[in-house]
Design a protein around this ligand. Structure first.
Ligand code: AMP
Ligand code: ZN
Length: 473
């Protein structure tokens, strides 16, 4: 364990606060996960990547961390998508949940400790709703159960909006069975062709907000350390989670630190399905290595807006090429590479409310040191500098690829030379050299160079890589 003081911006207080865990022996964090009905876009991926860095940092600072990220597999959007595609709900949810896991893994995110699916926690949701009714915070009406917003005096303390604003912002239905226009749904009736579960209020399904309150309680307890999600979830989703959990738990707060990542935009407009300006992670992975997309997502501070451009991706690629190149030079000189401790300044930057841009600057300094040691052919310094760079890479979730594979990466299905063809040309060049046909040997080298392949003749034979800075498009 390294000791640096972690500070996090808490949306509840609108201030950066020293992080004081409830139990330093066991940190507990919940992040709202995807509603599974379509492939995630890179805006959706931002929160998965940002909170993955926080998870990796927490694991370095504390002995045990439980990180829960749910999958919402019952929701009106899924029902609508299933009807439109003539696909069973269960199948669309399972298929897109698997795609989400695959895409997030390609971006280097660790699987969360817990990945609860809402449909597996229906009894816990019903039990929580019953408690809310018993305590006078909810009421049943026409097959629905509603949360009684006026029963909670400090409702709205996270979003800090006034009442009219909240009613307009939540776009809650004005329905005849509501006592107050701000009241929101905990349970609603299901038609025969909709997914439903038996309950004291008839066959129905949960509202979205109660899902997270019930899963958080089941997996992390009544009060846990950190709750995260995208900025747009602050209201009404998180406000309602706070209300449900506090009222079900006799006032105990749901989480102590509330964290929200900013939006990713394209051409200065929020990337969103409804605007139609989305790029899926899958589409990006056809053009760029996952680590490039990941580092591009970490290039801005997590609370700041991030405008997504090809330039952001190119800069991330240039940084990674530089790191991998420094490591490869050391490796090729016979230095054994393994991760050590990251630079303290690197951890301090991340511990300062996840200042990823500053932390990246420290990684560049580590690469500078490694390059200087490479120039001086100083083996112990090389080993040390490489160990620091690799350890920083671990916390960032980068530099995890095989060094040769990194430089040989190309667009999947690309028309450029494949690895087998390159090896054949290298063998032909070797045969030409043995036959002292240097004109032919040089011609082959030039042909490969024109296709972006650089040959490196060394004591152990000829190796190759794709040229640095080559646009992977
Ligand atoms: P949605 O697909 O709109 O239901 O969003 C799913 C999740 O992705 C939510 O947690 C949102 O906060 C997040 N999200 C959606 N669009 C963006 C965006 N452009 N930038 C950052 N996060 C986003
Ligand atoms: Zn949630």
């Amino acid at each position: 364990m390294q000791s640096v003081q972690l500070a996090l911006y808490n949306t509840l207080s609108r201030r950066k606060e020293a992080f004081v865990p409830l139990d330093p022996g066991h940190i507990r964090m919940y992040v709202c996960g995807p509603t599974v009905y379509s492939y995630p876009h890179v805006g959706n991926a931002r929160s998965a990547v940002v909170f993955d860095v926080l998870y990796r940092l927490l694991r370095r600072l504390y002995p045990r961390v439980t990180y829960a990220r749910n999958i919402t597999d019952v929701d009106d959007k899924i029902i609508a998508a299933a009807q439109a595609a003539h696909e069973p709900i269960e199948s669309i949810a399972t298929r897109t949940a698997a795609a989400y896991r695959e895409d997030m893994a390609a971006l280097g995110t660790l699987p969360p400790t817990q990945e609860p699916r809402a449909t597996q926690y229906i009894p816990q949701m019903i039990a929580m709703i019953e408690r809310l009714i018993a305590r006078g915070h909810a009421y049943a009406a026409q097959g629905h159960v509603l949360f009684d917003v006026p029963s909670m005096p400090d409702y709205g303390k996270l979003a800090r909006r006034d009442r009219d604003d909240m009613i307009a912002g939540a776009r809650v239905e004005v329905a005849p069975y509501k006592k107050d226009p701000a009241d929101f749904v905990l349970w609603k009736p299901s038609a025969d062709n909709q997914p439903g579960w038996d309950s004291p209020w008839g066959r129905g399904r949960p509202g979205w907000h109660i899902e997270c309150s019930a899963m958080g309680e089941a997996l992390l307890g009544e009060t846990f350390d950190i709750h995260g999600g995208g900025q747009d979830l602050m209201f009404p989703h998180h406000e309602n989670e706070i209300a449900q959990s506090a009222c079900a738990h006799g006032g105990a707060p749901l989480a102590r630190y509330w964290m929200h990542n900013g939006f990713l935009s394209m051409n200065d407009e929020k990337m969103s399905k409804s605007l139609g300006n989305i790029v899926t992670v899958r589409e990006l992975l056809a053009d760029w290595p996952g680590e490039v997309i990941r580092l591009a997502l970490l290039s801005a501070h997590y609370r700041a807006p991030l405008n997504w451009t090809t330039e952001t991706l190119q800069q991330a690629k240039a940084s990674l090429d530089r790191f991998y190149n420094a490591l490869k030079l050391a490796r090729d000189a016979g230095v054994a590479l393994s991760a050590g401790e990251p630079p303290t300044t690197f951890l301090e930057a991340l511990a300062d409310d996840l200042n990823t841009a500053q932390a990246l600057a420290v990684l560049h300094e580590a690469a500078d040191s490694l390059n200087q040691a490479n120039m001086a052919a100083d083996a112990p310094r090389r080993r040390q500098a490489a160990a620091r760079l690799l350890a920083g890479g671990d916390v960032f979730g980068i530099l995890r690829q095989d060094l040769d594979a990194w430089f040989r990466w190309q667009k999947p299905g690309s028309a450029a030379a494949d690895d087998g063809e390159i090896q054949t040309l290298i063998d032909l060049r070797l045969a030409a050299r043995k036959a002292r046909n240097f004109t032919e040997a040089d011609r082959i080298r030039d042909e490969l160079a024109a296709r972006g392949i650089v040959l490196e003749d060394g004591a152990k034979g000829t190796t190759w890589r794709r040229s640095l800075g080559a646009d992977p498009r």
